[in-house]
Design a protein around this ligand. Sequence first.
Ligand code: HEM
Length: 480
Amino acid sequence: MEYIQVLSLSFSLLVLLFLFLVMLFVHEKNIKTKRKLPPGETGLPWIGETMDFYRSQRKNQLFEDFLQPRIARYGNIFKTNLMGAPTVVVSGAEANRFLLSNEFKLVVSSWPASSVQLMGKESIMEKQGDRHRCLRNIIGATFGHVGLEGLVPRICDLVKSQLSTTWDGNDKIINFHRFTKILTFSIMFECFLGFKVEEGLYAVFERVLEGCFAPALDIPGTKFSRAKKARKEIEVMMLKKVRETKKEIEERVEVESSDKGTLFSRLMDTYMRGEITEDEVVDNMVVLVFGAHDTTSFAIAITFKMLALHPKWYSLVLQEHEEVRSKKQPEETLTMEDIKKMKYSWQVARESMRLFPPIFGSFRKAITDIEYEGYTIPKGWKVLWTTYATHYNPEYFQDPLTFDPSRFEDGVQPYAFLPFGGGPRVCAGYQLAKLNIIILLHYVLTGYDWSLVHPDEPVTNDPLPMPSLGMPIRVTPKSS
Ligand code: HEM
């Protein structure tokens, strides 16, 4: 009798469990079928809206021609199809916060195949979780306040020497954007990696950059194939230095003291402790040179341009630099403390990057189905956040198209001003970018009279923003 009772109880439990599982399955299926995709057009198969996107980006009108009309039609979240990938574009500070702070949990960064191959799959931009944290710590130690402090005099000396070799002489015309590109490249290479910049090296790096956003077609004659060859040349050079330094350390030869505390020495120390691989050393040297290069050089160029176009701000900035200089001996360089005092310079630089962000935004990939604002972003889809969608929005910046650096006097709403991104992948080098901008402002404004050759020169994009004519300026050293 007891046996029959136990048997029927077990059977009832089994039936209940079965019913529960069926209900769960039906519920899950309902959720899945009920999921609501964001509004928007996905266009033709594969091509989608790619052509519209690229056309507007090339004209530096991504906001005006692509984003704004779709935001007006669909709102702050819409779907599209770019380069064969279904993509959701999100706008607004809240969406930026949601997306960027959920890196690794809901999304991971997603770069074009060409960039990944050229920067290297061991670079920080491809790492997640612990590996990302490990590299971030090394990079953070180098480019954080403390790491940079000791390098300020070296950067100042390099800036002064490049200015005097290329700018001295009367009424010279300088291609300013090219100058800033070579300068930021040399700073990264000489001050942080400890390499001497040999003749021709810069051209090799430029070739890699040209392929970074090109289609990843490794066919002779394509931009990508040329870039791959150039990347190989750089890799060989860097590997040689890594292996020589390793040998020196193993043989206990003291490594040149000027290299201590640089990015290279930090990467090598971590490598020698077995915490990162040889490929990680090389790929991260490469990615940092590139990450620092076109972004900072454009930010410098656009800051100078905005100053030239706004004389009131020019005199405020000049005044703060003159004040610092008046308290120094002629050969004395700037310090971190001086840079902290340059309040107007940083306001002008930030306002310039608000109006002309060096990076328009970046892509993420959903690693799970994401529910946001009543819509589902399906697993595997790309998600794009952009700087423009908040930088040009009157909700965050009153009268957004007016150049007004004083808007940075008071704090800005979190995740509304994003030239450097946000969340765990916030730019690892923004403090260095700030140093580079302010140091160059100091030596140019206090040492030279200069003016724009083409004050109306437009900004173009290929694929990153740049002054279309290279921003030529006329310079003459100040007489005293
Ligand atoms: C004005 C100059 C710069 C701008 C506007 C800029 C912008 C950005 C942005 C928007 C991101 C985030 C990308 C994303 O969310 O996917 C980023 C990441 C990064 N930046 Fe910068 N950057 C600048 C200068 C630099 C410099 C000087 C360095 C190197 C010293 C650097 C190294 C990096 C690295 C390594 C990352 C990736 C961080 C990670 O994945 O954890 N950047 N930058």
